[in-house]
Design a protein around this ligand. Structure first.
Ligand code: WTA
Length: 632
């Protein structure tokens, strides 16, 4: 055995190393942080620009950075148009399978036709450059077409995850003042039809800015259509206005591409705003380097396009890289727990990228399900969304990857646009660590005073530099963006605060521990305690509520809630069920609390803030910590 071999590490096989797109990390990393602008300019040069940039990075108004300012680009020009001029034209872009076995495939040429038609439909409905279009859809190809159609004409998409419900959708429509909503009659989950249109109808009633609703027919639900507002997409596509040719709009590098709402510490979800140029460069570079994408690869990111993971690594990064994308609408274990493994075998998937919660969920059914299938096409595996526990990592590596596929554990956020910490296929791995920073990024772990903590000590994870994929602001709230994420160190240098706690070990591997704020990761989905609380308080019998996340074997975290009822009302099992269901119908099933406990009071600070930390410690039987600010 080589003397430098570390027994705690998993080393990639020689075949993986031999074909890696990036064959060396340390030197290139050093180069990328010392010559950040050159590094990113070199990556940007691999894309198609209508006009090149005046400056790579404009720091004059930090922390409102600009990347590739002065350049003209459209991300769709890179994700579709460029491929039509080469051998990718007839290559499969999207392979889609529905839960009930439906199959639809689109070549890059076919994708272009769909996106052009959709774009023409949007134009005919008066959508213009800069308008924000809300999209609320199941995981069907039309969701991807809708996003790309918006981007193509310079409109801004705001995708609301199809698992969210009425209030979540209504508040996002409202914040964006969307005039157009794109939705579907419904989706499929575990053999049942999900009635999206009636949720959309109620949301449109609550937020009346919507004048046009375009509805995709996806299942057989009999839905209510409001004749002056609602249109079937297939009817519109049949009109002469929906031709299959449409020019891609030239947008500036810094023109908005999308907003995506995500949960924060307080108040309403924040609309994180991403732009065309830097985001295109960042998503495609990270995808190409970390996942070693090859022209013949079939790539499956088993997330929902409605979350950032889907935006960056189902839609934009992979399409820019000309990959073939797998898209599946349905549950991983329907009708049997081999559904995913069957998909991998049937389509010869080479790279699977998913979440620890999905792995734990499938692991629970045992090895016999994956063992029924030939998974030998897999070359790389990926993980995202929360720290992956070593047991799940090892199962994924051994049972799914047959001990030969490196696990690319990617740490990043809605705000970062793409991977910030992740291995390359050549990186020796430690189960549970996302390893080292991606190129260009200097990360550190600091204490409350901003000083770096020692080896293996826990602290706050920060990024010490801007990067092209970063969100540019919180929609309509520059101040909130600057205050929440950025601060200046002693030398006046701007640093980005991720909101996670982490450690760095003796090999400089980073171990992300979890959120430090009131953000919950439930089954990898990001939710705010405040959103769950306001859903509870919107019930007429509730006066006050608190939500905390407690560890859960499958979900990572489960939501536990504490509720104070209106005077005179007594809480019982029935009311508990009613309140859980109420949160489900306001927010979506994923936000449904595990339990509702009725209490007389909540621990609060003297200034009236609920001390969730105390509730959590009590529930776990742990030390309640410093109670000096607790109100008597
Ligand atoms: C967590 C998801 C550990 C983290 C892309 C972060 C992770 C939050 C990892 C962002 C990982 C994501 N290891 N933790 N590999 N990936 N997280 O915005 O707490 O939905 O701050 O973006 O997920 O969640 P978001």
């Amino acid at each position: 055995m080589n003397a430098s071999v570390n027994p705690d590490m998993f080393y990639p096989g020689q075949d993986v190393v031999d074909q890696a797109n990036v064959s060396e990390y340390e030197k290139m990393y050093q180069y990328s942080v010392e010559n950040r602008e050159e590094f990113w300019a070199e990556q940007a040069d691999t894309l198609g620009w209508y006009k090149k940039w005046d400056s790579v990075l404009d720091e004059s108004n930090a922390p409102f950075y600009k990347w590739f300012d002065g350049a003209e680009i459209n991300i769709v020009h890179n994700a579709i148009d460029r491929h039509l001029e080469n051998a990718n034209r007839n290559k499969m872009a999207i392979i889609w399978e529905g839960e009930n076995g439906q199959k639809r495939n689109f070549s890059y040429n076919g994708l272009n036709r769909e996106v052009c038609q959709f774009a023409n439909v949007l134009k005919s409905m008066g959508v213009e450059k800069g308008d924000i279009v809300t999209i609320y859809m199941p995981q069907i190809p039309e969701l991807v077409f809708a996003m790309l159609a918006c981007a193509k004409i310079g409109a801004v998409h705001s995708v609301v995850y199809g698992g969210f419900s009425t209030e979540a959708l209504a508040s996002r429509i409202d914040d964006a003042h969307s005039r157009v909503l794109i939705t579907a009659d419904g989706g499929w989950r575990r053999g049942k039809q999900i009635d999206l249109k009636s949720i959309a109808n109620e949301a449109m009633q609550r937020s009346p800015s919507i004048e046009v609703c375009i509805c995709v027919k996806n299942n057989e639900l009999d839905v209510e259509m409001e004749p002056t507002r609602d249109f079937w997409l297939h009817d519109l596509k049949a009109l002469p206005i929906a031709g299959s040719k449409c020019e891609t709009e030239q947008t500036s590098s810094e023109d908005p591409l999308f907003i995506l709402y995500t949960s924060g510490t307080t108040g309403t979800p924040k609309g994180m705003l991403h732009t065309h140029g830097g985001y295109a460069v960042y998503t495609s570079t990270t995808h190409r380097m970390a996942f070693d994408i090859k022209p013949q690869d079939r790539w499956w990111c088993a997330a929902d396009p409605g979350w950032i993971t889907g935006h960056s690594y189902i839609v934009y990064g992979p399409l820019i890289n000309g990959a073939t994308i797998m898209l599946y609408e349905g549950a991983p274990n329907y009708p049997y727990p081999n559904r995913w493994w069957q998909i991998i075998e049937n389509y010869g998937i080479n790279i699977l990228y998913t979440s620890p919660t999905a792995i734990r969920g499938l692991m629970r059914f045992g090895e016999r399900w994956p063992k029924k299938h030939d998974l030998s096409s897999l070359r790389l595996l990926g993980s995202v969304g929360e720290p992956i526990n070593p047991e799940a990592w090892k199962w994924y590596h051994h049972v799914i990857g047959n001990d030969k596929c490196p696990i690319i554990d990617t740490w990043w956020q809605t705000e970062t646009g793409g991977f910030m910490i992740c291995p390359l296929p050549i990186t020796p791995l430690k189960p549970g660590s996302a390893t080292k920073p991606f190129f260009g990024n200097e990360m550190a772990i600091v204490d409350d005073d901003g000083n770096e903590v020692g080896t293996n000590e826990e602290g706050k994870l920060i990024v010490k530099n801007p990067w092209p994929g970063m969100a540019r602001t919180v929609f309509k709230d520059d101040q909130r963006y600057a205050d929440l994420y950025w601060s200046q160190d002693k030398d006046g240098k701007w640093i980005y605060l991720a909101g996670d706690s982490a450690k760095k070990d003796e090999d400089d591997y980073i171990w992300v521990i979890g959120r430090m704020d009131e953000v919950l990761k439930v089954s990898g989905y990001r939710l705010g305690t405040s959103e769950v609380e306001s859903a509870l308080v919107s019930h007429p019998m509730v006066t006050e509520a608190a939500a905390v996340g407690l560890p859960h074997e499958l979900k990572g975290n489960a939501i536990h809630t504490y509720v104070i009822l209106q005077a005179g009302i007594v809480g019982d099992k029935k009311l508990e069920q009613e309140l859980r269901a109420h949160v489900g119908s306001e927010m979506g099933k994923i936000a449904m609390p595990e339990c509702v406990e009725f209490v007389e009071s909540l621990p609060k600070t003297r200034s009236g803030k609920i001390m969730r930390r105390v509730l959590k410690a009590r529930a776990l039987g742990q030390d309640e910590g410093d109670l000096s600010t607790l109100e008597e």
